[in-house]
Design a protein around this ligand. Sequence first.
Ligand code: GLY
Length: 330
Amino acid sequence: MLTAAAAMPAAGFSQQKRPLKNGPIVLSTWDAGLEANIPAWAVLEKGGQALDAVEQGVRHTEDSINCCVGLGANPDRDGRVTLDACIMDHNHNCGSVAFLERIKHPISVARRVMEKTPHVMLVGEGAQQFALAEGFSLEPDKLSAAAQSAYADWLQQSQYKSPTINRENRNDHGPFAPTRLQNGEWNHDTIGMLAMDSQGNLSASCTTSGAGFKMRGRVGDSPIIGAGLFVDNQVGACVATGQGEDVIRVAGASTVVELIRHGRTPQQACAAVIQRIIQIKKERAKDIQVAFIALSNQREIGSYAIHPGFSFAYKDAQRNELIKAQSWFK
Ligand code: GLY
């Protein structure tokens, strides 16, 4: 039985881990965030803008061949890697790409959409055409070795249906949870990053290959402003990871930010939106993983997940460390 009382977080990160009173902060999802925080921090420590930091940070992860982000990631069920990304700054400027193929850095294309077009979102062939016109290279149409092998395994069963989170048949928490590759690297679906710069301005980025072996054309929450990511410089910023369909259903990231606006701490706000998803999904909540991380403009941080196993990477001038998120299921 899922009760409201069971959803209440014991203690917020704002109590457990107080950020430094001043100076920039970077938060990013999953273990891969520890590495991604470093190029982001290189921008911030020189007095750079949060927007540049969140772009540089997740570009690092997009470059990684051993990550379910970028072109090294698992393909859709037709064997094609399709990428989603978005970015948002402290002035409500935002840009997004979805269903983008053969372009190495979707996050940078999303930024160009934001800065060079009157639009917020470009998808598919149009997004690729725009990227090429902006000077991005068309990468080879081939899978990484890890993705080839995972796809070959998947084809053996070839369950030609929309992705269902299945804890028993896949890994602990479905295709959106990290899995350990043979070489020991962690494999993640999404990296989301939040940063505050030395001016106190917030920005956020998010980039993913989405669900492994998804239906062709499937787009998750990650490129959808308000679902996968949201920034309001007067309030805070939030980014989501996990089962995108269930994040979209509750307009996840913007709902977290709205709850912060109305007085919740980031920790309480993340927990409340996870609780909302659980109330919608009922018993099916045990089969999905969703997590949020949030940063308020008062420098409080928070995170909450449906299942244990989600961590986020926190960086300030003193430390770069992985923090285990609290979760509904223990
Ligand atoms: N959160 C990633 C996705 O659902 O595509």
